[in-house]
Design a protein around this ligand. Sequence first.
Ligand code: ZN
Length: 138
Amino acid sequence: MVYAGRFTVSTQGNDDMLDITGSVEQAILESGVVNGIATVFVVGSTAAITTIEYEPGLKQDMASLLERLIPRDAPYAHEARWHDDNGHSHLRASLLGPSLTVPIVNGRMTLGAWQQIILLDFDTRPRTRTVHVQILGE
Ligand code: ZN
């Protein structure tokens, strides 16, 4: 079967990192799927989804890694063209990607004990994000 779940989250933007594992678990529970896969996808070109050990040290490390790779204050053609301020937001989002697929085995995601699903919002202002959880299985 295919189950289409979704939820929304409010973010502060500016590299805000949210643990969305519980909301994804909830969607899997509602789907009734015991064995299959869940694809978690955030709508928008300035946010991303991945996994991490969700703790304050890594939260800080991720922000500083992305600042080194894709600095906020570097010149971006996107900003010159559209007269906005979020060239780095788009590139950070593209680099990490908007989605993640997780196996479901015996009703549970196969995440590690210290592996949480996170949503990162790189835009330069608070946003409301829609996350789709598309579940395939039986
Ligand atoms: Zn833009």
